[in-house]
Design a protein. Structure first.
Length: 376
């Protein structure tokens, strides 16, 4: 017969089992709730980080080259206008002596009035003289130029694709291809920069840099930037930057203040093309252009120095272009530097892009065909 102590032990054991079962049920419930919440957050993150679908475009024709720009406008050749001699007014000649013949004893006639001085003679009325050719040239040269407000408003070009041949050095000589696509759909734009190093069927490196945003009166306004990198025998790497009205969400989740006119790695090339199309006078050796640039690791102000006008030897011939090289204002160095050659003959599009990490690590992109246009 079990004693009181035995009954007490059995009761305590039963209570412990009930308490453990309740605790286990609670833990499972909390884990289930956490799993459900985590799943929802993961789905929301994946939906937010998914790249915008690429706008498909059909390219219809090639862009023809415009005449090369003159390095400096030559002054008009104007023939010297012959000087006209202006004779000083001479004093009035005294009236000639008049001989009066007395025919009859009539009183002598009144003396004739003296002619007025030459300077006071009234000018004869005659039709306006026709200006000579030299005078017309001088008048045209001194005529005021039409005001800027009379110029036609800027129209964003149709969707355009640029194809490049790639050479460089990345731990050895490398070859490949690259492509830049400017896509416009109403007030929305996309810029895609695709780089392939190695054979297309088995590339060593592929990288796609994409900018998606809106067209404004100040140029491009990015909404997001995505960067996909794939290296042979390595897992793909993905970076995303979101451009909110007052902040930029960096790839690591940190937020930086957004400043006006900020661009990303891909949009900067088209922003500069727009800037030079609307203000071509900026492309002069010695000038500088600057704006804020949001890179995956930093947001800073960059300056582009206009170095020189020089030819770029493309697959379809030499193209005159302006060489620009960037530099960061606050902390020089530490980022990839993209030198660009903008060609006025090709609507100020980049004829050459050189992306350099250091003198021994770089890729050089030169146009391999004329730009392709989707239609206008």
């Amino acid at each position: 017969m079990a004693g009181p102590l035995s009954r007490i032990g059995r009761t305590s054991s039963t209570r412990r089992r009930i308490a453990f079962a309740a605790l286990a049920a609670g833990v499972l419930g909390v884990h289930g709730w956490l799993a459900e919440e985590l799943s929802e957050h993961i789905d929301a993150f994946q939906a937010a980080s998914a790249m915008p679908p690429r706008i498909e475009v059909v390219y219809l024709r090639e862009l023809e080259l415009a005449p090369p720009p003159a390095t400096a406008p030559a002054p008009p050749v104007v023939a010297p206008v012959p000087k006209r001699r202006v004779r000083a007014p001479q004093p009035a000649a005294s009236a000639p002596e008049t001989v009066v013949v007395q025919v009859a004893p009539d009183p002598p006639p009144a003396a004739l009035p003296e002619p007025p001085p030459v300077a006071e003679l009234p000018a004869p009325v005659s039709p306006e003289p026709v200006a000579s050719a030299p005078e017309m040239a001088v008048a045209a040269a001194s005529a005021p130029a039409p005001s800027a407000s009379a110029a036609a408003p800027f129209e964003w070009p149709a969707s355009t694709r640029l194809s490049y041949k790639l050479v460089g050095n990345v731990r050895g000589e490398v070859h490949g291809d690259a492509q830049v696509e400017w896509i416009r759909q109403g007030s929305r734009y996309q810029v895609h920069l695709d780089i392939t190093v190695g054979m297309p069927i088995a590339p060593l490196i592929t990288r796609r840099m994409s900018s998606d945003g809106e067209l404004t009166e100040q140029g491009l306004a990015p909404r997001r930037y995505d960067e996909d990198t794939k290296l042979m025998f390595r897992d793909p790497r993905r970076l995303t930057m979101l451009f909110e009205p007052g902040a930029i969400v960096m790839p690591n989740g940190r937020r930086r203040a957004r400043v006006g006119g900020v661009q990303d790695t891909a949009s900067q090339f088209v922003q500069l093309s727009w800037l030079f199309s609307t203000q071509p006078e900026l492309l002069r050796t010695g000038n500088t252009v600057d704006f804020a640039l949001a890179l995956p690791r930093s947001v800073d102000r960059w300056v582009y120095d206009v170095l020189a006008q020089e030819p770029v030897f493309t697959a379809f011939g030499a193209v005159e272009a302006f060489h620009l090289k960037p530099r960061r204002i606050s902390r020089p160095g530490g980022e990839l530097v993209a030198e660009v050659w903008f060609a006025p003959q090709l609507r100020y599009l980049p004829a050459r892009i050189r992306i350099e990490q250091d003198p021994e690590t770089f890729i050089d992109l030169v146009l391999s065909r004329k730009p392709e246009i989707a239609g206008e």
